[in-house]
Design a protein around this ligand. Structure first.
Ligand SMILES: [Zn+2]
Length: 276
């Protein structure tokens, strides 16, 4: 039997252990020191990525990027590209990177509205998913004249199957692409260590510029490569990156005194692979 006091000590100890383990990458622990520099002596790298080929990316997001001469990475699905095909063809011509985001956009079936023919990732196998991903690549080659080098996992989910039958589809992505990006991670990518098949992705939807900047300050230590991920672009909400925040962010990132190299996911991955 524990006394009330012993229980509260136990809770405090558990909390302390959790706090320490989530701080394991800080300077204090010295486990994560990296010395890595990016082009032009930049200390950090950052990529701006957008998922689902949403129309507001064509109408609002890409014009902001183009105005400032920066390139984004757009992870697309054929059924959404089709709605704005000419816009996506132009985006590719303008030098934005287009990556593969599957045809089905299948996620865990816990998202009932994302089930495809009532299927979730729990009910498909690797062969099913491979065909779904390769169909997207075929579509991109045919209609966008792009052979995608980058992939983003829908909903950040990296598995198929259930329980003892669960299989990771990370090895499939490693075989088919240079990189795979997840979503809503708590860390960014350590250039020396990161696995290109499971790159960390961080939120930018629903945030003000000041909130995004505060997040970057928490993530950037040890020469990290931060990949921000958004969906719609317009007035900020759960799945919309705020257009004014995006513009202020680009101005901030382009200022050399802030130490960032802003480039597409494939550009940064290629640079790191050659130089680490
Ligand atoms: Zn998505």
């Amino acid at each position: 039997m524990y006394s009330t006091h012993a229980i509260s000590k136990l809770i405090a100890a558990t909390f302390f252990t959790l706090s320490v383990s989530s701080c394991a990458g800080t300077k204090e622990f010295g486990s994560d020191k990296v010395e890595f520099t990016y082009p032009n002596g930049a200390q950090y790298a950052i990529s701006l990525s957008f998922d689902d080929a949403r129309s507001s990316q064509i109408d609002v997001g890409i014009p902001i990027l183009d105005k400032h001469g920066v390139k984004g990475t757009f992870y697309v699905n054929p059924q959404f590209v089709e709605k704005r095909l000419a816009g996506w063809q132009q985006a590719a011509i303008n030098g934005h990177e287009l990556g593969n985001h599957t045809s089905s956009h299948l996620c865990t079936g816990n998202f009932a509205w994302l089930r495809k023919d009532n299927l979730g990732l729990e009910q498909v196998n690797l062969d099913w998913l491979k065909e779904d991903i390769e169909a997207t690549t075929r579509y991109m080659k045919k209609h966008l004249n792009v052979e995608p080098k980058s992939f983003a996992y829908p909903c950040g989910n990296t598995f198929v199957g259930r329980g003892k039958e669960v299989r990771s589809y990370v090895p499939l992505i490693a075989e088919l692409f240079n990189t795979g990006r997840t979503w809503l991670d708590e860390t960014a990518n350590n250039p020396i260590y990161t696995d290109f098949a499971q790159l960390a992705g961080n939120r930018m939807d629903g945030m003000s510029f000041e909130e995004i900047k505060a997040q970057l300050n928490l993530l950037k230590e040890n020469n990290k490569w931060i990949i921000l991920a958004g969906h719609d672009v317009g007035e900020k909400s759960m799945y919309t990156t705020d257009k004014d925040a995006l513009e202020a962010l680009i101005v901030y990132l382009k200022d050399p005194k802030n130490g960032y190299w802003l480039a597409t996911v494939d550009e940064v991955a290629t640079y790191i692979e050659k130089n680490r």
